[in-house]
Design a binder for this molecule. Structure first.
Ligand code: HEC
Length: 133
């Protein structure tokens, strides 16, 4: 039993040694690869809560808009053709296009929302409302 313990200890020490010898880079890279998609997933999930809490009233469950003047997220000529930078600005500061019937209120009218919530909800919108080609 004592011998086994020493052997296990030896293997352990060897692993540590390998880690210190540059293997740590490989291990880190592998963890990053696992963590990044998990985080992106998380953003979409949190974004769904923001959408359902604040945006759905105007933009609707299907993203096509509940009122005249609310754009259709699924249209190829719709807002999702714009870049994330532009859309984040428009969601955070509010937006009204020329001649439109209705404005997009800053933060969808919910002042509690933080920038990360907006990043999350945009990730959710992009993932959920596929633009028709
Ligand atoms: C009170 C209704 C209302 C709410 C609530 C609302 N929106 Fe909007 N949204 C609009 C209208 C109306 C427009 C179109 C404005 C225009 O084109 O003049 C718009 C436009 C947009 C656009 C396109 C902007 C562009 O550059 O074309 C995005 C993206 C968007 N909304 C996201 C959101 C998100 C995310 C939320 C929730 C945090 C939200 N909206 C909440 C009414 C609303």
């Amino acid at each position: 039993m004592k011998k086994l313990k020493t052997e296990i200890g030896g293997v352990f020490k060897m692993s540590i040694h390998l880690l210190q010898k540059g293997r740590i880079g490989v291990v880190l890279a592998a963890s990053v690869l696992i963590i990044i998609p998990a985080k992106a997933q998380d953003n979409v999930k949190k974004g769904a809560e923001v959408y359902e809490g604040t945006c759905i009233a105007c933009h609707g469950e299907n993203g096509k808009g509940e009122f005249p003047g609310v754009p259709d997220f699924t249209s190829s000529k719709g807002p999702l053709a714009k870049t994330d930078t532009v859309l984040l600005d428009h969601i955070i500061d509010g937006f009204q296009s020329p001649g439109s019937d209705m404005e997009m209120p800053a933060l969808g009218g919910n002042e509690e929302l933080k920038k990360q919530d907006i990043i999350n909800v945009l990730a959710y919108i992009r993932k959920t409302f596929k633009v028709k080609k």
